[in-house]
Write a protein that binds this ligand. Structure first.
Ligand code: SF4
Length: 367
């Protein structure tokens, strides 16, 4: 049975962020966050457009002041994907961000908590059909849940539940939940607990993970454990680096679990003393060429490409793939859908592979 079928997703309500469904049977959505000052319009819009090109599906912007809140109106005119405004401390900024056209808002129970303020926000988001993410972060808990002897995951869950109760008391249910800590296991535990206590969709993420390599591994572990248990409806990989990397890592997490497909997936052997061709160089060049194809074309082309160094495992893996090669002396045997489709000279491997993959993508699109 495929992994895709083995993962049974947790049943949740559906919340709409703009035209994107979160939860229920909707695909797990990839988000990222802009790293520019939001009111710096040109940089912010350019960064969002770059992220759209690589497959980001919802963008979050920090709203630190009223200039940022007002900027949302202009940003929305230029971008295609829904926008979530990230609000802390000042509830008025939430009102301004929603008035400017935000498709969702994130509120932090640690710093916007007065019932009067929450009610003011809800009366506005309700009218405009804008959902609220209750975004708990282990670093900004407050009140009774800040310093007590309970585990941090329990306190994070309590913080979210207390907030949700306030929202539910005023009959507001367009809620998403996130429970982020920088510790992988605390984060996993918090989401697992929360999953038993409500049916709101979850936004997954590990916070402050570090540079892309380390952060990618931490995120893949934490988010991966939860996704494998069926928990999670949208995710943001937080990396101290280029946000395009966040989207790429998110895509790899989802495709590694068979939950979504994002264009051709390249399988490459690790190489060893038996390798007859330069697997690493071929894989890097092929990936670069494929990434230069339009994302819209790639995203609908779930192909498996195998680059194998020799004849030991090579023919087996290569013939399991849609297109594959197994290295020989100064050459490679080409496989297509399990059958030998020719022999390539070392120098022509990349160009022939790109051609064959493009042909296959176009034939899939015609079907
Ligand atoms: S496929 Fe061949 S070259 Fe690659 S790791 Fe296996 S034995 Fe080594």
């Amino acid at each position: 049975m495929s992994i895709e079928k083995r993962i049974k997703r947790r049943k949740t309500r559906v919340v709409m962020v703009g035209n994107i469904g979160i939860g229920g049977n909707y695909p797990i959505v990839i988000q990222s966050m802009v790293k520019t000052k939001t009111s710096n319009l040109r940089d912010t819009i350019n960064q969002i457009k770059d992220l759209e090109k690589v497959g980001c599906e919802i963008i979050r912007v920090a709203v630190k002041d009223e200039y940022d809140a007002r900027a949302i109106k202009e940003i929305k005119k230029e971008i295609k994907i829904p926008l979530e405004a990230d609000i802390h401390f000042h509830y008025q900024l939430a009102l301004q961000a929603v008035a400017a056209g935000s498709d969702a808002i994130r509120l932090n129970p640690g710093n916007i908590y007065r019932e009067k303020e929450i009610k003011a926000i809800v009366s506005m988001v309700r009218e405009r059909k804008v959902p609220v993410r209750v975004g708990v972060n282990s670093g900004s808990l407050r009140g009774a849940v800040k310093n007590n002897s309970q585990p941090i995951s329990t306190r994070m869950v309590k913080s979210a539940l207390n907030y949700i109760r306030i929202l539910e008391r005023i009959k507001f249910y367009e809620i998403m939940v996130s429970l982020k800590a920088s510790d992988v296991l605390n984060t996993v535990e918090a989401y697992q607990r929360m999953a038993k206590l409500c049916d709101y969709p979850f936004h997954l993420g590990i916070t402050a993970t570090g540079l892309p390599f380390e952060g990618g591994i931490k995120s893949a572990l934490g988010i991966g454990i939860l996704l494998a248990e069926g928990i999670g409806d949208t995710l943001r990989v937080s990396l101290a680096g280029d946000p395009k990397e966040e989207v790429k890592v998110a895509q790899w997490i989802l495709s590694s679990l068979g939950l979504r497909q994002f264009g051709p997936c390249i399988i490459a052997c690790p190489t060893c003393g038996r390798a007859q061709i330069d697997v690493v160089k071929i894989t890097q060049e092929l990936e670069k060429k494929l990434l230069s194809l339009p994302y819209s074309l790639m995203a609908t082309s779930p192909l498996r490409i195998a680059i194998m160094g020799c004849e030991v495992n090579g023919p087996g893996e290569a013939s399991d793939a849609d297109i594959g090669i197994a290295g020989g002396k100064h050459c490679a045997v080409l496989f297509k859908k399990g059958k030998i489709a020719g022999k390539l000279k070392e120098g022509e491997i990349i160009s022939v592979l790109v051609q064959k993959i493009s042909d296959l993508i176009f034939s899939l699109r015609k079907d």
